[in-house]
Design a protein around this ligand. Structure first.
Ligand code: OAD
Length: 248
């Protein structure tokens, strides 16, 4: 499977990746669903819906955002993020569409990353709109406030909010254009992101999944699943791609 994926990637003309929380698990960031998943411990409708945030921002900061800030501040890219960046360097990957808000693809060196669900690196003020980096936010009083007194919110998409339209339309277009869609570490259960690989498949692309578990895409949309941890599998795939490139 590793050799097959390396062969497919080496001969492809236009590769796009869709990534989810599973790609950052080896960087110490917990996923949302499954073992150790955040949504197994707290109810997303109570803590990750925009209505929940607007009605009690202090509670959402305390239970969800504070914990995210702690793990994201510490996290470093793993071999899967680095492998995707290397595939871009080799001219194979064009764009990454990520549902993650941790910024680890850019930290690994990927230059064209569509942050489908926004990013956690920035906060904006609900009153004046001023932006500030999340790492500079003082956490001694929650919710944290802007100099104007307004409440800060992360620039992430909460449940109940729309995907930024430019991100959605560009992702759908790329999904139609690519000849390989590499789907890494997503449960493929949250819309509209979960539709992206389906668009690729319907447009004639090959869909390759890397995941520790099968997903709803596995026996219907994906051409094949590489079962394993993203970092380890990507390291092996990229090593094989590099070997093939050296051999010409
Ligand atoms: P999930 O937490 O739903 O799924 C994580 C996926 O990664 C699962 O399919 C796991 O089997 C897989 N996985 C876990 N560890 C892995 C590893 N080391 N290597 C490879 N795969 C691994 O995360 P997403 O699909 O990204 O949205 O979730 C989508 C959206 O739901 C998130 O962006 C977030 C969430 O609610 C919002 O907050 C709007």
């Amino acid at each position: 499977m590793i050799r097959k994926a390396a062969g497919d990637l080496t001969t492809a003309k236009y590769v796009i990746a869709l990534t989810g929380a599973g790609i950052s698990v080896e960087s110490g960031i917990p996923p949302f669903r499954g073992k150790d998943g955040i949504w197994e411990k707290i109810d997303p409708m109570e803590y990750a819906h925009i209505d929940a945030f607007m009605s009690d921002p202090g509670k959402v900061w305390d239970v969800l955002i504070r914990g995210m800030k702690d793990v994201v501040d510490q996290a470093l890219p793993n071999d899967a993020h680095k492998g995707l960046a290397r595939l871009e360097e080799l001219g194979i990957i064009k764009t990454i569409i990520t549902q993650n808000v941790d910024g680890l693809h850019q930290a690994a060196g990927s230059t064209d990353v569509i942050e489908f669900h926004g990013n956690f690196a920035w906060q904006s003020c609900l009153d004046c709109g001023r932006r500030c980096p999340t790492r500079t936010v003082e956490m001694d009083r929650l919710p944290p406030r802007c100099a104007c007194g307004g409440i800060l919110r992360p620039e992430c998409v909460f449940f109940g909010e729309q995907i930024p339209p430019r991100h959605l339309s560009r992702s759908q277009l790329l999904a139609m254009q690519c000849d390989i869609m590499l789907v890494i570490g997503t449960s493929a259960t949250v819309q509209p992101a979960a539709t992206i690989p389906i668009i690729s498949k319907q447009s004639g692309a090959r869909v390759i999944e890397i995941n520790t578990e099968p997903t709803p895409l596995t026996h219907s949309v994906s051409d094949y699943l590489i079962a394993g941890r993203a970092g380890e599998m990507m390291h092996r795939i990229v090593t094989e791609v590099e070997r093939k490139k050296r051999q010409g």
